[in-house]
Design a protein around this ligand. Structure first.
Ligand SMILES: C[S@@+](CC[C@H](N)C(=O)[O-])C[C@H]1O[C@@H](n2cnc3c(N)ncnc32)[C@H](O)[C@@H]1O
Length: 389
């Protein structure tokens, strides 16, 4: 487990630290990789803030983190001795409120390597014009992090459906779950979930006495993921659950959509690190609570039990991914491994190396085979074909 120190200005909003930790890791790898193939990388922050920032350099805001990562990637490529490249970096930052927008207006001067374009207004109205200002050949990464769940996905289509693009949403599950039964808000859910038959599905879910909070959570999340996938024409949509700090209760989901298997690979690598951060925060919180209450733990700290939960979750995900691999082998024999592992990563929180190791183990157990598997290979190559034995 990695050691983390949550900066003091995140106190009371540690869930934002997990989100920002993920974003920093992800954008670092994305910016570097994308800059090798594209001449321009565009970052769009739809609900940028600054919001509850306690760091004078905006290092605890999504746009501050993004601008810092874009700057670093640009400098790295420009200083590369063998393959020097000058990659244009652009950031569109949208904020509705006057106060935070005034701060945004001054931000460009701090990040001269990035062409910063602040916009004041409602992101849903501005998204189409931002989309049309982005050059065809640029790669776009959008972060859509509203405070609530009143999104209109159709309005975002011009941005999301760009062929060279991906997106991370903050899906405010806790609020969506609280209001899904509210009769006045059905239209709001229609706009959040366009093209998804959520009403009859929700009605049959609530009529089923066997379904509980977990089924409801899975239902809402999958409706949102279906809607995002369809609107953007994305190939893969994956999620990360973010819990209330120190509690075992879902706060929101980060929902990631991409067309690229490599994007999923990076997303899951970063998720595993973000999960470690979350487990550590959970442990620190419960330990602090015990100390305040004057209790001492019999078996060391609660930190350890948070670590165990986190490892247990990852084990469960690997087991579920193993079953998916077997199912794909049974139903689609001869499929390329390069088509299989992204599907495992899209559905479960495993890394590409985990998917390869699962395939290697199943092969050793003679459950599956990959004709032509080289003697020294431990994990399959993308062009190997999967068979059930
Ligand atoms: C949750 S905060 C964003 C936090 C930021 N992404 C971060 O991680 O540091 C949402 C921000 O969106 C702004 N906002 C609310 N409604 C908006 C809208 N319709 N269009 C653009 N910005 C909006 C709010 O004023 C607030 O600053």
């Amino acid at each position: 487990m990695i050691e983390l120190e949550v900066p003091p200005h995140y106190a009371g909003r540690e869930q934002a630290y997990v989100k920002h930790h993920f974003l920093r890791e992800y954008l670092e790898r994305l910016a570097f990789k994308i800059a090798s193939a594209f001449d321009e990388l565009v970052y769009v922050d739809g609900y940028s803030g600054p919001w509850k920032s306690g760091d004078e350099n905006y290092g605890d805001t999504s746009f501050g983190i993004a601008l810092e990562r874009l700057t670093a990637a640009r400098e790295t490529w420009r200083d590369m001795p063998s393959r020097r490249r000058d990659v244009r970096m652009t950031a569109h930052l949208v904020e509705e409120k006057a106060g935070p927008f005034r701060e945004l207006e001054g931000i460009g001067a701090r990040f001269p390597e990035v062409s910063v374009k602040p916009h004041r207004g409602d992101f849903l109205k501005l998204a189409p014009s931002i989309a049309s200002a982005i050059p065809q050949r640029a790669f776009t990464f959008s972060l859509i992090d509203p405070k609530g769940f009143t999104l209109d996905l159709d309005a975002l289509k011009p941005l999301l459906a760009r062929p060279r693009s991906e997106v991370v949403f903050n899906f405010m599950y806790e609020f969506a779950n609280r209001f899904v039964e509210h009769p006045d808000l059905a239209d709001t859910f229609d706009r959040l979930l366009p093209g998804v038959d959520w009403r009859p599905r929700f009605a049959s879910l609530t009529a089923d006495p066997a379904s509980g909070p977990d089924e409801r959570k899975a239902f809402l999340l999958s409706c949102f993921k279906e809607a995002v996938k369809a609107i953007g024409g994305f190939k893969y949509v994956a999620d990360i659950e973010i819990r209330h700090p120190g509690k075992n209760r879902t706060y929101y989901f980060l929902v990631y959509a991409t067309r690229e298997p490599h994007g999923l690979e990076v997303f899951r690598d970063c998720q595993v690190k973000a999960l470690a951060a979350q487990a550590q925060i959970a442990g620190q919180k419960s330990q602090a609570k015990r100390e305040t209450n004057g209790q001492t733990s019999l078996f060391g700290t609660e930190w350890e039990s948070a670590g165990i939960n986190h490892r247990q979750f990852l084990d469960e995900q690997r087991n579920a991914a193993r079953l998916l691999l077997l199912e794909i082998a049974a139903t689609e024999p001869g499929i390329r491994w390069g088509e299989v592992w992204p599907r495992m990563l899209a559905d479960y929180a495993i890394r590409k190396t985990d998917a390869g190791a699962i395939a290697g183990t199943l092969r050793k157990e003679a459950m599956v085979s990959f004709p032509g598997w080289g003697g020294k290979k431990r994990i399959p190559s993308d062009d190997y074909r999967l068979q059930l034995t």
